[in-house]
Design a binder for this molecule. Structure first.
Ligand code: SF4
Length: 290
């Protein structure tokens, strides 16, 4: 059994535990899946050397040595990379996601599977809910207006999209039959179906901190439905990893109040502090009223 197959099995077990913890009494498993589980298909011969120690984020948060590990957009060929255990493992998970047919209604409407982007050795991981129209077209998470705002937040932290990892709970855009525009929230079933891919990504990348963007991401990861207004600003724990819930950037586009921006920024300051990043006075003062 390959190391990566074992990771997927572990992720599946974790997912089943999560379902149980959130009250699910049974799961529907197709007979073909049961057969596959009994005799897993041979996996490509990929060696998975132990992950390199994660780089310590220095106080200057240089934009470092990471360009070589940035994933290509999903539309690109998903060949297995060598020389980096995490890159190879992520590539294999991505290959599986790219061919995923588990949600036939989404398979029918999607243009791309939007797997994830960034540094496969990242210490900080952002998790959103699902691709929108722009992400579906481009095959990359957080590239629309909300994504551009997220990029600005990341830059304000002294980081870049290339030094963090960005992914969604759902890898395919939720369909909107009968609508020509707009997005819809993923259903609980869709999230549960897709979650093993994200869990596998987290297992490989092993971020030091996860930022969950918006109520749906928090619900998908923690099963909590109290509302993001209540949950944000306080670290939770997701499978031993600190998780900071905060508003989705799309919320900040809808609500331009400086007080709301400050709330998100205060959440990011907490993240930076937890990562032992140096925070200058200018950063501490962002979105404070004069
Ligand atoms: S949403 Fe996830 S589980 Fe559903 S088809 Fe897309 S990749 Fe597969």
């Amino acid at each position: 059994m390959s190391e990566n197959y074992q990771r997927l099995v572990d992720s599946t077990i974790e997912h089943l535990k999560w379902l149980k913890a959130t009250g699910r009494q049974f799961v529907v498993v197709e007979s073909q899946t049961l057969k596959d589980l009994q005799a897993p298909p041979p996996l490509p011969r990929v060696s998975f050397p132990k992950a390199n120690p994660l780089p310590v984020v220095s106080s200057t948060i240089e934009q470092p040595k990471l360009a070589a590990t940035i994933e290509e957009p999903v539309a690109a060929s998903a060949g297995v990379q060598t020389g980096n255990g995490n890159a190879a493992a992520i590539a294999e998970i991505r290959n599986r996601a790219m061919e995923c047919l588990k949600c036939p209604h989404l398979v029918k409407s999607r243009k791309n599977v939007v797997f994830g982007v960034g540094n496969v050795n990242a210490e900080l991981m952002f998790v959103g809910e699902a691709p929108g129209a722009d992400e579906d077209s481009q095959g990359e998470p957080f590239v629309g207006a909300a994504g551009q705002l997220l990029t600005r937040i990341i830059k304000a932290m002294g980081l870049s999209r290339e030094t963090v990892y960005i992914a969604n709970i759902l890898k395919c855009r939720p369909d909107t039959p009968g609508q020509t525009s707009g997005n819809r929230k993923p259903t609980l079933d869709e999230m549960k179906t897709c979650l093993p891919y994200l869990l596998a990504q987290i297992d490989v990348i092993k971020p030091k901190i996860i930022v969950a963007l918006g109520a749906t991401a928090v619900e998908g990861l923690l099963g909590k439905t109290e509302g993001i207004t209540k949950l944000r600003g306080n670290f939770k724990t997701f499978r031993d990893t600190p998780l900071m819930p905060t508003f989705h950037p799309a919320y900040l586009l809808r609500n331009q109040a400086i007080s709301e921006k400050r709330k998100v920024w205060e959440d990011m300051l907490q993240v930076m502090e937890r990562m032992n990043m140096e925070i200058n006075d200018k950063q501490r003062g962002y979105f404070l009223k004069a």
